[in-house]
Design a protein around this ligand. Structure first.
Ligand SMILES: Cc1ncc(COP(=O)(O)O)c(C=O)c1O
Length: 366
């Protein structure tokens, strides 16, 4: 509650408003109007809260009282993070009510597929209530086309949540703000400073355009929580903005990160990470044994050895066993793909160069 730690609440609101400005987010998300931000532990929790509010809004604020309506449907792309399916299960819609839509060549959601599915579900007597678009999918960093998806959601009166857990921080640099084109249509948005903004786990920034919808969904007021500050209506009680009641003072570490680096410092590191990843991609392209799975949009390079899944699996295991670097993998176009991400606080050009040299040394001829 605000009353039990005003500083904790006020600093959080302040830092989250700073970030609206720093990332050039639409003004609907700052706390001066009807919106606002709150720190959640993870993007998974943020998505769950967004879905719960969407569920309530879609049912005229009745689903909390009466249980989940089996006609509600949620929409994601086939590349969306698994945490959204987890939220769909927890919120009671059920995995069968989640539509996983086909993607285009760049692994991004196709608005025309979404439009067709919304129409088909409505025709079948179902009720679309939630779309999650991703800015930077986990497997390949794909960017879903927000302008078209957003217009569609506005027309259809469906809650649009934007999951930018992995890549939202790129918008600290004006030249990468294109990733958020169309975000003004979103009802909610989240990104993870604990992924790519040098902040210790855990820290997810979650924004809503209409905070009353979120609070109305999550607020319960027993006698022992009543206090004068809350009743004045002039303070935020963040316990009503997420699942837990008690909360950590996560804003403090975020405030320190921003103070320590400054906006220019943060921009410098983000730019450098993108530059290093792009440089790595040119090395991959220049080696006949390798290919890029997709052109890297930002700081994640998806590449593979041309020798097939077995060659890639062996290479991945040998690299990770070395202890000198850690790559993860994904399946893209049904082929095993290696993922190199540059985003850690201490990563410098020499680390990326050494990683590539090791990859070249351990890779067999095609
Ligand atoms: C796009 C995307 N969304 C959501 C998540 C889940 O993040 P968290 O661990 O903060 O719940 C991830 C994690 O990798 C992700 O890449």
């Amino acid at each position: 509650m605000w009353a039990t730690s005003p500083a904790c609440t006020e600093l959080e609101t302040h830092v989250l408003d700073w970030l609206v400005e720093m990332l050039g987010l639409p003004r609907q998300f700052d706390s001066h109007g009807r919106g606002g931000g709150v720190i959640q532990d993870t993007a998974s929790s943020a998505t769950l809260c967004a879905l719960l509010a969407a569920r309530e809004r879609a049912t005229g604020w009745r689903s909390n009282a009466q249980g989940c309506d089996r006609r509600l449907v949620a929409y994601v792309s086939s590349q969306t993070h698994s945490s959204i399916e987890k939220a769909v299960r927890i919120a009671g819609l059920g995995s069968e009510q989640l539509r996983r839509l086909d993607v285009d060549e760049s692994f991004a959601m196709r608005p025309e597929v979404l439009e067709r599915q919304l129409a088909a579900d409505r025709a079948a007597g179902l009720q679309p209530c939630f779309v999650c678009a991703t800015i930077g999918t986990t497997a390949s960093n794909a960017i879903d086309p927000l302008p078209a998806i957003g217009r569609l959601c506005a027309r259809e009166d469906v809650w649009l949540h934007v999951d930018a857990a992995m890549s939202g921080s790129a918008a600290l640099c004006p030249e990468f703000r294109f990733i958020h084109d169309g975000l003004e249509h979103a009802d909610s948005y989240c990104f993870n400073p604990h992924k790519w903004m040098f902040t210790n786990f855990d820290c997810d920034c979650f924004y809503v355009a209409d905070r009353d919808a979120l609070i109305r969904t999550l607020s319960i007021l027993p006698e022992y929580l009543r206090n004068r500050a809350s009743e004045s209506g002039r303070v935020f009680d963040y316990r009503d903005w997420h699942v837990p009641m008690g909360r950590r003072f996560r804003a403090l570490k975020l405030w320190f990160v921003i103070r320590w680096y400054g906006v220019a410092g943060l921009q410098h590191h983000i730019r450098e990470h993108v530059r290093l990843a792009q440089e790595f991609a040119t090395w991959v392209e220049a080696d006949d044994r390798f290919e890029l799975a997709v052109p890297p949009p930002l700081n994640l390079v998806c590449f593979r050895h041309r020798g097939g899944d077995r060659a890639n699996q062996e290479l991945l295991e040998a690299l990770n066993a070395s202890g000198a670097l850690y790559l993860t993998h994904a399946r893209l176009h049904d082929r095993l793909t290696l993922r190199l991400c540059v985003g850690q606080t201490q990563t410098e050009a020499r680390h990326v160069r050494e990683a590539w040299e090791r990859i070249q040394r351990l890779a067999r001829p095609v």
